[in-house]
Design a protein around this ligand. Structure first.
Ligand SMILES: [Zn+2]
Length: 268
């Protein structure tokens, strides 16, 4: 993929996230992400502040601009098997209406992997061109049931969930990489990539996974922010996702490092 394409995609994708996690943990993370997006704190690094009116309402689950779509219940109170197209049509219609109180509104789709094909197709147009004040977070245990057209329009986020955290070494590397990427420190990035040139595929994959997890945590307001904009974090996530794909297809570590270094050095 040409670098320009990647940036273009990432920029266009900031409004749609696919959060891969177990249902309960994933929903909690999506709520934190929504809170971060609506928080009124002036500095990005302070969000979510926990004290502004938006944070308080979000934490109580009563913010009118955080809208959750979930499977309906049957008459015995059990969740139905699918999210239906009518539910998504209602969401799409609601999405053109301005937010009630916040600057933006966030739609969280729980168990998004249970949307049937018609429902996913109904969502596509909104994922492509959401109104500027709309963000959409799909929470899914697995990306497999989602159409490629849906997946490709979302920035994928991970949570640790039931997987083991990456090794400490990988996390330390990820921290340094994100730190350099945040400031666009070209020389540091260069020496960092030189240092990593001898890593094997497994170690490199651990590092890339750790960086994705860290960015997800930052987006969800669980780690101190590195003073990166939301858009920048989303762009880096898209970049790391590409790196992960390359590694899966055994592209050489050096090639992947080159991709990471060049794009990360470009900064905002
Ligand atoms: Zn706040």
């Amino acid at each position: 993929m040409a670098q320009g394409d990647l940036e273009l995609n990432a920029a266009a994708l900031t409004h749609a996230y696919l959060l891969l996690a177990q249902p309960e943990a994933g929903y909690a993370a999506a709520m934190r992400l929504a809170q971060t997006m609506l928080c009124a704190a002036p500095e990005a690094a302070q969000r979510p502040c926990g004290t502004c009116p938006h944070c308080r309402k979000a934490a109580k689950g009563i913010h009118p601009d955080i809208i959750t779509v979930a499977r309906l219940s049957d008459d015995k109170g059990r969740p139905k098997r699918e999210i239906y197209v009518d539910q998504i049509r209602a969401l799409v219609t609601d999405a053109v209406v301005l937010p009630n109180e916040a600057e933006r509104k966030v739609y969280i789709i729980r168990d998004a992997d249970t949307m049937n094909a018609a429902a996913q197709n109904a969502l596509l147009k909104l994922l492509e061109e959401p109104p500027r004040f709309v963000s959409i977070v799909l929470v899914a245990a697995s990306p497999a049931p989602l159409l490629e057209t849906v997946r490709s329009r979302c920035v994928t986020l991970y949570t640790f969930g039931e997987n083991a955290a990456p090794p400490a070494e990988a996390r330390e590397r990820a921290e340094r990489f994100l730190d350099y990427a945040a400031t666009g420190a070209k020389i540091s990035l260069l020496s960092f990539t030189n240092e990593c040139a001898d890593l094997g595929n497994a170690e490199m994959t651990d590092f890339v996974t750790a960086a994705q997890l860290m960015l997800t945590d930052m987006l969800c307001g669980r780690l101190p922010d590195l003073r990166m904009s939301h858009r920048r974090m989303a762009a880096l996530l898209a970049l790391l996702r590409t790196a992960q794909e390359y590694l899966r297809f055994n592209v050489s570590t050096k090639h992947v490092l080159g991709l990471l270094a060049v794009d990360a050095a470009n900064g905002e």
